[in-house]
Design a protein. Structure first.
Length: 304
């Protein structure tokens, strides 16, 4: 590929549950490794040596999501041939990774450094306190959760909510929207140190459930390090989605065919997940109901 090829940015959606994170690793299946392997199969770059691949000129990605974290607007940019549309890109990608939009960007564009705002959404299972479906372990007071989010919003040093030693001062906005038994926590900032969003959600969850007081949020934002016993571990990664990455002056054109392909692929994954959840729910309900075996049911030792 000619070095004079224009630089293009691609929007990438992926179901992160089956990947060991975004960033490529020599002995693990990652989203980035999957993207680079697809580009190698397209002949856009050399395959490289073993499980690693070369990268196209100017290549960079907006962020490095952890294992299990998904995305709808991860962004990768590099010098790309004109024929490499999102639908063409998808020709060598699995259904769990779909490119759905693209845009031309200026020379020297860097998908990591030029991002002005990143937004994550965490889908927290948190039935509202006082509703019939709520239970003592998971019920959340929306008012308490939003109070915690208000305290976390603004410019703070989040060193007590990450393992990183640098880049911990961020101007952050954190809000929540009630969607049935889910509290969708949206967090936006110019950048995020390691695991900040998941630790933030864990702190908000503890306050919302009444397991700790809102003042603990203030202590976590204090300049002094917190002792281990009041530290906050990260919430599980699977409910977290990289929702948006904003760039000044960059317009992304949606490839309708590629977007429809993504909708179908993620629809199938959603239905599969719902079936598994339904089976788990049925097991829970029968055990909770204490139902005895009915006539004709298999007993211990019967084959399925």
């Amino acid at each position: 590929m000619s070095a004079a090829a224009p630089t293009r940015a691609f929007r990438v959606a992926y179901d992160g549950r089956e990947y060991a994170g975004f960033q490529r690793q020599p002995h693990a299946t990652t989203v980035e490794g999957t993207l680079l392997r697809a580009l190698a199969e397209h002949g856009v770059l050399d395959r490289g040596d073993g499980p690693t691949h070369a990268t196209p000129p100017g290549y960079a990605a907006a962020g490095r999501t952890d294992a299990g974290v998904s995305a709808v607007a991860q962004t990768v940019a590099f010098e790309a041939p004109a024929w490499l549309t999102p639908r063409a890109f998808n020709g060598h990608l699995p259904g769990s990774v779909r490119v759905w939009a693209a845009g031309d960007v200026p020379d020297g564009f860097h998908a990591t450094h030029d991002a002005t705002r990143r937004t994550y959404r965490y889908h927290l299972y948190a039935p509202e306190a006082g509703t019939p479906e709520a239970d003592s372990r998971h019920a959340v007071s929306d008012d308490r959760a939003r109070d915690a989010l208000d305290r976390l919003s603004g410019r703070h040093d989040f060193h007590n909510l990450t393992s990183d030693d640098a880049g911990t001062v961020r101007d952050l906005t954190a809000t929540a929207t009630r969607e049935g038994d889910l509290l969708v926590v949206e967090v936006a900032a110019d950048g995020f140190p390691r695991a900040l969003v998941r630790r933030l959600v864990a702190a908000v969850r503890a306050v919302g459930r009444g397991r700790t007081e809102p003042a603990r949020i203030d202590r976590l934002l204090d300049p002094e390090p917190v002792p281990g016993e009041i530290g906050v571990g990260p919430a599980p990664p699977e409910p977290l989605v990289l929702w948006d990455v904003a760039y000044e002056g960059v317009a992304f054109d949606v490839d309708r065919e590629a977007a429809e392909s993504a909708r179908v692929a993620f629809g199938e994954r959603y239905r599969t997940a719902r079936q598994v959840a339904a089976a788990t729910e049925a097991i829970r309900d029968r055990i909770a109901g204490g139902t005895e075996d009915e006539p004709g049911e298999r007993r211990d030792g019967d084959a399925a």
